[in-house]
Design a protein around this ligand. Structure first.
Ligand code: NAI
Length: 338
């Protein structure tokens, strides 16, 4: 049995981890606070620390964790752009993650954004509540036959391709490693420029890395079709938000669907409804009628959250047995799986 501090806990974290842990029997202590340089001291006496997408895991925090005797950092998410892996390697601190829990959850939410934006469901809902049954401004387009570009065809991008194939879309993709599953669905792999030039919907499913930071910038937007729909359910900083606001103003971007935002750390996952939003860029985004933003909830299904808890606790058990399962960095000698 290992002792794990679970940071950044919400009621659903406790519920799903508590239930899954009946099988694993580890000692879990839940902290509401995010892991930061201010809260890291709470990790004293724990073998492992569990964090989510918006906790801090930079070199100073990792160094402090190591000093406190923590041996394992368990990410309860797939993305790891917020973790200084180089520092973890140097410190000999093991880092594990949940590489796949439900590509369906994120892919289906992506479709939710596409359909809501296209058929203006967010606007229609507001209107009907006010007794306005006019259809002016609500006209959409058939997804059938629409050219869609998928950037990143890993687990989630491939699932998006599968769903859009069912809608009868014309599918294009860009990935540094194309896959046959997508090709079999009729996806044509093309250059990024060809995606920008051809597609009326562009959806992002690649990881955030130095090479992909702000890949959607003013230059990329200039190459896109007029009135393009841009969807980002991957990581906020793939998109240069200021450039996208420029594109919305000129109407080069006709629809924007975001589940992630580059400065989401100060906003998402908390109830700020009684506070004044200080982020003017985010506030500007919310003023556009053709923008739908959700607060990083694409992963949030029963199935996915339950799989996240199971895999995280299984990673912890394997670590106890001397294995680094789903490892990004392994302070142990045996690596069973990359
Ligand atoms: P994955 O690792 O299966 O797929 C990523 C794909 O991106 C791979 O095919 C890879 O070759 C490709 N890629 C890498 N560099 C690229 C580049 N420069 N240009 C184009 N493609 C590139 O990852 P998965 O599971 O499909 O997740 C994708 C992203 O979705 C994650 O990185 C994560 O940030 C995000 N995500 C968001 C969630 C949410 O709740 N909004 C939940 C889970 C993941």
């Amino acid at each position: 049995m290992l002792k794990m501090a679970v940071f950044n806990t919400k009621p659903y974290t406790k519920q799903f981890f508590g239930r899954a842990n009946e099988r694993f029997g580890h000692e879990l202590v839940f902290f509401k606070e995010r892991l930061t340089d201010q809260t890291v001291g709470r990790a004293a006496g724990f073998d492992a620390v569990c964090i989510f997408v918006n906790d801090t895991a930079d070199a100073p925090v990792l160094t402090r964790l190591k000093e406190l005797g923590v041996r394992l950092l368990a990410l309860r998410c797939a993305g790891f752009n917020h973790v200084d892996l180089e520092a973890a390697e140097t410190l000999g601190l093991s880092v594990v993650r949940v590489p796949a829990y439900s590509p369906h959850a994120v892919a289906e939410h992506t479709l939710g954004l596409i359909l809501a934006l296209n058929r203006r469901i967010h606007r229609a809902h507001q209107r009907i509540r006010e007794g306005n049954f006019s259809l002016d401004g609500l006209m959409g387009f058939d997804l059938h036959g629409t050219p869609v570009g998928i950037i990143g065809t890993g687990k989630i991008g491939t699932e998006v391709a599968r769903i859009l194939h069912g809608f009868g879309c014309e599918l294009y993709a860009y990935d540094v490693e194309p896959n046959d599953q997508c090709r079999q669905l009729g996806v044509q792999y093309v250059s990024l420029d060809d995606i920008y030039k051809t597609c009326l919907i562009i959806t992002l499913h690649c990881p955030l890395m130095p090479q992909t930071h702000h890949m959607i910038d003013a230059k990329a937007i200039d190459k896109m079709q007029d009135c393009v729909m841009l969807i980002n359910t991957s990581r906020g900083a793939l998109v240069d938000t200021q450039a996208v606001i420029g594109g919305l103003k000129t109407q080069r971007i006709g629809y924007l669907g975001l589940d992630v935002y580059e400065e989401e750390g100060d906003l998402f996952f908390d109830d700020l409804s009684d506070e004044i939003i200080q982020d003017d860029v985010f506030a500007r985004l919310l003023m556009f009628p053709n923008v739908v933003v959700t607060g990083h909830q694409a992963f949030f299904t029963h199935n996915a959250v339950s799989a996240i808890a199971e895999t995280t606790l299984d990673n912890l058990s394997k670590f106890e047995q001397g294995q680094c399962q789903n490892a990004l960095s392994c302070g142990l000698h045996v690596v069973s799986e990359a």
